[in-house]
Design a protein around this ligand. Structure first.
Ligand code: 8YV
Length: 318
């Protein structure tokens, strides 16, 4: 008998095509709640899910046959890893394939904030552009400015690499310091968290969401940043406190913010929506045709390998 696989939501077709060759696939095409997942997962040996699916201890407990949860994301904060480990269920993610696309979005936000693109767009669409003015929409320069990176993993490094094009010295902070060779390659200097806050002209958040990084950026941190600083988060919204960020932007404690992620996603603080000095995107960091297709293939390959009793390509557990 073929093993049973659940794809929890719409994904690039490659995932279904690959999995349906080997397994009996149930392709669900709408977002499921935690209660709906609990009610649904009993017959499945494998689940291919997205970040929006809460794979909690309750969901895992409702799936006695489960061997693998393949997440369609590099982050896996939607999955109860502890419960999965206890049951020896594989959890896999999709690293590497989305690094460049996500770094591009961090940079798109950075440029958009520096040059006030949302305000310019709005002016045009409202018919308010009556010819350029010498003092109209003055933004900030990038060349030679300091690029600060919080979380110097794959995506953080790809953000840093792009900074070379603008001759930007890079400072970074994370738990551990990189080797001298890596630092030289990225023109990057390890600094304390306080120095990162104080010295960054552009500060990009690229860390995973963990108990340690949760709410790392609050009023206290924004108060230490330069009034001209741009804050960019294309990682996870809960790494910053959204209400505190709104206050910092309103009070011009920092110049602007570029966000692809939100603390209570998909809810967004209404304060942010009315502020001119921020660029807001709907979590599209990895959303290119090529990247999402590669993510779907990798997630499906991980699931296939695990259900055949082999080691997945990119396991998070054990
Ligand atoms: C999501 C992401 O996977 O990979 C991650 O951790 O945040 C994104 O790439 C994507 O939005 C699909 O849910």
């Amino acid at each position: 008998m073929k093993k049973q696989v659940l794809i929890t939501n719409r994904l690039p077709e490659a995932a279904y095509q690959l999995l349906s060759k080997h397994f009996h696939v149930t392709y669900n095409k709408t977002q499921l709640t935690e209660a709906q997942l609990v009610a649904k997962v009993k017959p499945f040996h494998g689940i291919l899910c997205t970040l929006a699916d809460p794979i909690s201890a309750q969901v895992l407990a409702a799936a006695p046959l489960l061997e693998c949860v393949a997440n369609f994301a590099v982050g896996f904060n939607n999955i109860d890893l502890k419960a999965a480990k206890e049951r020896k269920i594989w959890v896999t993610n999709t690293p590497d394939v989305l690094t460049e696309a996500t770094a591009d979005i961090a940079w798109a936000l950075l440029l958009s904030c520096a040059r006030r693109l949302p305000e310019g767009e709005k002016m045009i669409r409202r018919g308010q552009f009556k010819g350029g003015g010498a003092l109209m929409l003055l933004g900030q320069d990038l060349v030679g400015k300091t690029l600060g990176i919080y979380g110097f993993g794959r995506i953080g490094k790809a953000v840093a690499r792009r900074g070379k094009g603008w001759d930007m010295p890079v400072i970074y902070h994370q738990r551990h310091r990189e080797s001298a060779k890596v630092e030289k390659h990225y023109n990057a200097r390890y600094v304390s968290f306080e120095t990162l806050l104080k010295n960054s002209d552009y500060l990009s958040v690229n860390s995973p969401l963990t108990p340690e990084t949760k709410l790392r950026f609050t009023s206290r941190e924004f108060a230490k940043m330069k009034p001209t600083a741009v804050f960019v988060n294309a990682a996870r919204g809960a790494i910053h406190c959204e209400a505190d960020l709104v206050r910092a932007l309103k009070n011009r404690q920092i110049a602007s913010a570029g966000l692809d992620v939100y603390e209570f996603e998909p809810k967004i603080d209404s304060g942010l929506l009315s502020l001119p000095n921020c660029t807001l995107l709907p979590h599209i960091g990895s959303a290119t045709i090529g990247t999402r297709t590669q993510m779907a293939v990798l997630a499906a390959q991980n699931l296939e390998l695990a259900l055949r009793g082999r080691r997945p390509k990119t396991p998070v557990t054990p």
